[in-house]
Write a protein that binds this ligand. Structure first.
Ligand SMILES: Nc1ncnc2c1ncn2[C@@H]1O[C@H](COP(=O)(O)OP(=O)(O)OP(=O)(O)O)[C@@H](O)[C@H]1O
Ligand SMILES: Nc1nc2c(c(=O)[nH]1)N=C(CO)CN2
Length: 162
């Protein structure tokens, strides 16, 4: 199935952690955004994040397989689970998988944070400007609804290293 993944890191080798995901999924990666440096939301007293979005497609992987793969990459990056919205070496969020809707707390789809997060919407817009978030509408409109201060907290850093 086709999935939109949001990647984030604000500890250690931030760029290397994002790159590890794209390297791992290899030919399943359909598109990757640039890398953005973003001010932290949620817990604000923590280092800036690097964020990117990648689109992956693999007929052998369903939404659960994408979640588990992301979690194993987080573990490999040495991620320790501590504070909600706190600092992390690698965060892989499953944003959407085709049109799947899920209210299982282990796998909420679409990811409920998406409509509010310029750090996801801006990189996603870069690679899929006409995307629609199931149940929420066009991401272009979701982004336009964000306050300017929010959009300004997401800054283009560099193209994705491949
Ligand atoms: N769409 C999803 N993508 C990734 N994890 C999800 C999703 N829906 C639910 N989860 C669950 O969320 C938990 C991980 O939460 P985590 O600690 O990464 O939250 P967070 O990144 O701090 O906050 P947020 O989920 O708001 O970004 C995991 O147990 C996972 O099963
Ligand atoms: N800018 C930004 N802020 C965050 C992020 C993130 O990926 N980017 N992830 C968090 C963990 O849930 C908490 N805060």
């Amino acid at each position: 199935m086709r999935a939109v993944l949001s990647l984030g890191s604000n500890l250690g080798d931030r760029l290397g952690h994002l790159k590890s995901v794209v390297d791992f999924f290899g030919p399943a990666v359909v598109a990757v955004s640039s890398v953005y440096e973003t001010e932290p939301w949620g817990v604000e007293d923590q280092p800036d994040f690097l964020n990117a979005v990648c689109i992956v497609d693999d007929p052998a992987r369903d939404e659960w397989a994408w979640l588990r793969a992301g979690q194993s990459l987080e573990a490999r990056a040495g991620r320790v689970r501590e504070v909600r919205w706190g600092p992390r070496t690698l965060d892989v969020d499953v944003v959407t998988v085709d049109g799947v809707r899920s209210d299982d707390p282990e796998l909420l789809l679409p990811h409920p944070g998406t409509p509010d997060r310029a750090s996801v919407l801006i990189p996603w817009m870069e690679i899929e400007p006409d995307a629609v978030l199931p149940g929420h509408g066009p991401i272009r409109e979701l982004l336009e609804a964000r306050p300017e201060s929010d959009r300004a907290s997401v800054r283009l850093l560099q193209s994705f290293p491949r």
